[in-house]
Each structure stands twice: as structure tokens, then as C-alpha cells.
Design a protein around this ligand. Structure first.
Ligand code: GLC
Length: 550
């Protein structure tokens, strides 16, 4: 394994409150998660990304923090958290946490003080305007649920800025005290032993908001400062950022200090996510090929984080209207499956009609593309969504562990659960759960274990370079390769429904006993690579050769 652990990691994200409840109060907790670490180790994940763990009124599922130096008492204590870090480390699993510092909750003591008086020491920690800003109704992140970004506060007798919901006032990063405090927060958690942070809403953190200017300047230097600070405090810590911006802006987030990245280590590849959805909807790999081609060059140490599903809606805003409509027609045909005029609030299994072949295809493709794969809890068993829940809660239901009541998530009365368990239809916990799949070598869970094990033997994917193999292919098929000092892997994924035959004979000269290492079925010998069979929705991961290092 290379020195940069994050390049060859498998990241698994989860909400503590919906994962496992150890004390029967209906809310998942840290001790519950500790009890599931062996499961996660067996699955093969190497890094957990925990959604916000801090005390919160929970109006935005924890993304509205009231104390950055503690854990939500519903989840346990700081002592429990330290134990989690220790137990995870014992199993070779790292932990990163969400760092949500673009804003606080409006109930955070800093904001309570700030609004109480212009003389409050925290007044300048937030962003104020004395008069109604002209851009009051611009820049909302949650259209339909939010109609302004500036709200008048009667106590403060002033307008405050909030990029997100109005109960999430933005911190003022032009204030050196705020910047110093964020560094202190980061240091605190690094000192406890986390391996880094998933940074929430980074383009908005660095925005130096000017009332009336919807295109306020951005202060990228803060990211340089923060990176230096983090790396001094813990050499192997990483920053993984949410920055859903135009592709030409992305390199600035990675930074470039003379060829090496000097800001964010890893960025979620939102562009690829939208293109993957379009490719799956069209059964045509062209959008993925375009995404690979258009990817900006990364500085040394920069890395993409790939994903199919996360805790938010699938954001299709970077597709054209016609492309978006195609994805909607295929994966979100009903109005209530969509949200914010730009996305889909569903899990992948129902989007793909619970078609096992297509699910394997989609995840095999994601995990074989350049970057570090991120997997959302429950996807490994093919969980569904509950569209009767509001907004994004539809995809935030409790983990389905077993046939026991409440899916084995909690022993509480069902009405006390943090969110209802899915207990009807094709995705009910009686049909989809870990216990049922654990002992079945043909289950989706067993497939994920196998696929992740195979990935761990193919470091070229995370650390090498990935290119499209640009030779004539049957419709629907993507061929790509990953090259690194450890050797070369070749991948074939058929997004279409027809069985096909592929000629990759031109690669034979590079091959050294080529071998199928992950396939949807037995295909027989790879041979001279000139007549490779591939079923509809099939895939083949082929090791072409090993490098000199082995
Ligand atoms: C990010 C999170 C999202 C949250 C928002 C506000 O986009 O992913 O869940 O609502 O930030 O913090």
C-alpha cells in the first residue's frame, strides 16, 4: 500500500442515529456502532465517515450544530467516542467526521449572544446587514423549502446571512477569530484521534459575503492555512470536501503549491456522479467517457472520491435540462421521488428496479473508476427508501440488521424510533437484512465483500492512472484501464442489455497471464483477449499484468 492511505481506502458513511441502538431508547448510538465494527471489518471498509456527531436541535439531521466540542448526548459521551476510535483502529479502520463550520445552529450560544446585542463579543462571528440586501432572495440551496438567504432578526434589529436554512446562520470567515476557532475545533478532534474531516459546504465557507453581492469573493487562502494547520497537527490526516462547483473551479480547491496539492486532499466527484446516473439511465457509457476525459488534472496527492449515493439527494443540476429529464424518466418518474428541482431522493436498489445484475454493474463500475470509493450504509444489502418521509429523510431510515422487530436496529417501541424502519414491500427488513445475506454466498452483501477484497488487491485503481480504452466497442460497453507501479487492470462494463463480444487483442502484448478477477458470471479463459464475451449488464475485471514490485 502506498503512503497516502486515503488513495487506497474504501470509505463507508453512516449516521450514528440510524445505525445501531445499544440502549433501547430508539436512537442509534456510539456503543451500538462499536458493536458493528466487526461487520464493517468483514465487509472490508477501511475508513468510516460519520455524519455530524455534535449536539444539535436536529432540524437538519445534525448539520445544525450547537457545540463543536462535544458529541450529541443521544449518541453517548466523548469517552464512548474515544473508545470507538480505539476499537476501530484495532481493526485497521480509520474514522473521519463531518466538519460543519459554514454555519451554526441558531441555537448555538455564539449566535444567541451575537443577536442579543451589537456589543456582543460574538456579533462579528456572523454576517450582518443593517438594511435589506438586494440579493435577499438569491442563492438558496434548498429551493421549495427556503425562500431567502438573508433574514431579518427582530432581536438583533439587523439582517443575518444564511446560505442554507434560516436556522443555520453563516459564520463570518472574514473574522480572524472565527478562523482561529475553526482551527481549534479541528485540533481538538485530531488530538482525540480522528483521521480527518469531511468538510461540509466548502465553497460557502470561504465566501466573504458582501450584502447585495450574490457573487461575493472567495478566500481560498483559508484552505491553504487550514491544510497546513491540519498537517502539522497530524501528518496523515485528510480533508475530504464537498464542493459541488463547475469543473474549471475544482483545481483551485485542491490548490497547487509547486506541483503538490496544498489545500483539500480529496473532493467528491459530483460531476462524475451525475454522468454515471445519465449513463445508467441511457444504458450508454458515453457520459462517463466524457467525464473521464474532462476531469481536470490533479496536483500530486489530490484524489477524487467517487460515489453513487450519499445522504443527500442525487444532484442532477450539472446536467442539461434534457439530460436531467432522461434521468428523471428512468429513475425518478414520480413527482414525489424528486426534490429541490434538481434531484432524486431515492436509494440505488429501487432506482434500478431491484435488478441484481444492474446493481452489481453500477457498483463494480463506480469502484473501478479512478478515485476512492465512498459507500453509503445499507447500499451493501440493497436497502430501499421510504417516500412517505419528508425530504431527504426518505433515504435515512434505520439500518436493517435482521428479522427481529425494528430490523434488529433497536429494542424500543416502534413509535419511539428516531425514524421508522422500512417494514413493508420489496425492501422491508423481512426481505432485506444483514442476517439473511451474511450466510448466503450469493447475496448482494457477499458480493460486496468479494468485490471490495478484489479492489484491495488492485491498488492501481486508487493510486494509479485511469484511462478510457479508446477502441471500437459494441454499443453499451465501457472499457477502461488502471495503470500503476503494481501493474495494470482492465475493466469491461456493459451498460446495455445485449450480450456482446469484445476484441482487446491489441493489449495482448502487454499481458502476462491475463486473468478474470471479478466477473458477473463464469466467462471461461481470457485467452488472447481478442474474443471476450460479455453478457448484458455484465462486467469483467481483468488483471492484465503485475508490475515489477511484486
Ligand atoms: C451539506 C450536507 C447537507 C446539509 C447541508 C447544510 O450539503 O450534505 O446534508 O443539509 O450541507 O449543512
Amino acid at each position: 500500500m502506498g503512503d497516502r492511505w486515503y488513495s487506497e481506502a474504501v470509505v463507508y458513511c453512516l449516521d450514528i442515529d440510524t445505525y445501531a441502538d445499544s440502549d433501547g431508547d430508539g436512537v442509534g448510538d456510539i456503543r451500538g456502532l462499536i458493536g458493528r465494527l466487526d461487520y464493517l471489518a468483514r465487509l472490508g471498509v477501511t475508513c468510516l465517515w460519520l455524519h455530524p456527531i455534535h449536539p444539535s436541535p436536529n432540524r437538519d439531521d445534525g448539520y445544525d450544530v450547537t457545540d463543536f466540542y462535544n458529541v450529541d448526548p443521544r449518541f453517548g459521551t466523548l469517552g464512548d467516542f474515544a473508545e470507538l476510535l480505539h476499537q476501530a483502529q484495532n481493526r485497521g479502520i480509520r474514522v473521519i467526521i463531518d466538519l460543519v463550520v459554514n454555519h451554526t445552529s441558531d441555537q448555538h450560544p455564539w449566535f444567541v449572544s451575537a443577536r442579543s446585542s451589537p456589543d456582543s463579543p460574538y456579533r462579528d462571528w456572523f454576517v450582518w446587514a443593517d438594511h435589506e440586501p438586494a440579493d435577499r432572495h438569491q442563492g438558496m440551496v434548498f429551493p421549495g423549502e427556503q425562500n431567502e438567504t438573508w433574514t431579518y432578526d427582530r432581536t438583533a434589529k439587523a439582517w443575518y446571512y444564511h446560505r442554507f436554512y434560516k436556522y443555520q446562520p453563516d459564520l463570518n470567515f472574514a473574522n480572524p477569530k472565527v478562523r482561529a476557532e475553526v482551527k481549534k475545533i479541528v485540533s481538538f478532534w485530531l488530538q482525540l484521534g480522528v483521521s480527518g474531516f469531511r468538510m461540509d459546504a466548502v465553497p460557502f465557507i470561504i465566501e466573504l459575503t458582501e450584502p447585495g453581492n450574490p457573487d461575493s469573493p472567495k478566500d481560498f487562502e483559508f484552505l491553504t492555512e487550514l491544510r497546513q494547520h491540519v498537517q502539522w497537527r497530524r501528518g496523515d490526516a485528510v480533508l475530504l470536501a464537498e464542493a459541488n462547483v463547475e469543473p474549471d473551479e475544482l483545481p483551485t480547491f485542491f490548490g497547487d503549491g509547486g506541483g503538490s496539492g496544498n489545500r483539500i486532499h480529496m473532493l467528491f466527484d459530483f460531476m462524475l456522479n451525475g454522468r454515471l446516473m445519465l449513463a445508467l439511465a441511457r444504458r450508454d457509457p458515453e457520459p462517463v467517457i466524457e467525464a473521464l476525459r474532462d476531469t481536470p488534472t490533479l496536483p500530486t496527492g489530490g484524489q477524487w472520491a467517487t460515489f453513487l449515493r450519499n445522504h443527500d439527494e442525487i444532484d442532477l443540476s450539472r446536467l442539461t435540462a434534457a439530460q436531467r429529464d432522461q434521468v428523471y424518466a428512468e429513475f425518478g418518474p414520480e413527482e414525489h421521488m424528486r426534490i429541490y428541482d434538481r434531484g432524486i431522493r431515492r436509494r440505488l436498489a429501487p432506482m434500478l428496479g431491484n435488478d441484481r445484475r444492474r446493481l452489481e454493474l453500477a457498483y463494480a463500475l463506480q469502484f473501478s473508476l479512478r478515485g476512492t470509493p465512498v459507500l453509503r450504509y445499507g447500499e451493501e444489502i440493497g436497502m430501499g427508501e421510504d417516500l412517505s418521509l419528508p425530504g431527504r429523510e426518505a433515504i435515512r431510515t434505520p439500518m436493517q440488521w435482521s428479522f427481529k422487530p425494528n430490523a434488529g436496529f433497536s429494542t424500543a417501541d416502534p413509535e419511539k424510533l428516531v425514524r421508522p424502519v422500512i417494514d413493508a414491500g420489496d425492501y422491508s427488513y423481512e426481505k432485506v437484512n444483514v442476517t439473511a445475506q451474511r450466510g448466503d454466498p450469493r447475496s448482494l452483501l457477499s458480493w460486496f465483500e468479494r468485490m471490495i477484497r478484489t479492489l484491495r488487491e488492485a491498488p492501481e485503481i486508487g493510486s494509479g492512472s485511469t484511462t478510457h480504452i479508446d477502441v471500437p466497442m459494441p454499443a453499451g460497453v465501457l472499457a477502461h484501464r488502471a495503470d500503476g507501479p503494481t501493474g495494470t487492470m482492465v475493466f469491461l462494463h456493459n451498460l446495455g442489455t445485449d450480450d456482446v463480444e469484445i476484441d482487446l487483442g491489441m493489449l495482448a502484448a502487454e499481458a502476462d497471464l491475463p486473468l478474470d478477477v471479478l466477473t458477473d458470471r463464469q466467462y471461461g479463459e481470457v485467452g488472447k483477449l481478442d474474443s471476450l464475451k460479455l453478457a448484458g449488464y455484465g462486467y469483467r475485471w481483468i488483471r492484465l499484468c503485475r508490475g515489477d514490485t511484486f
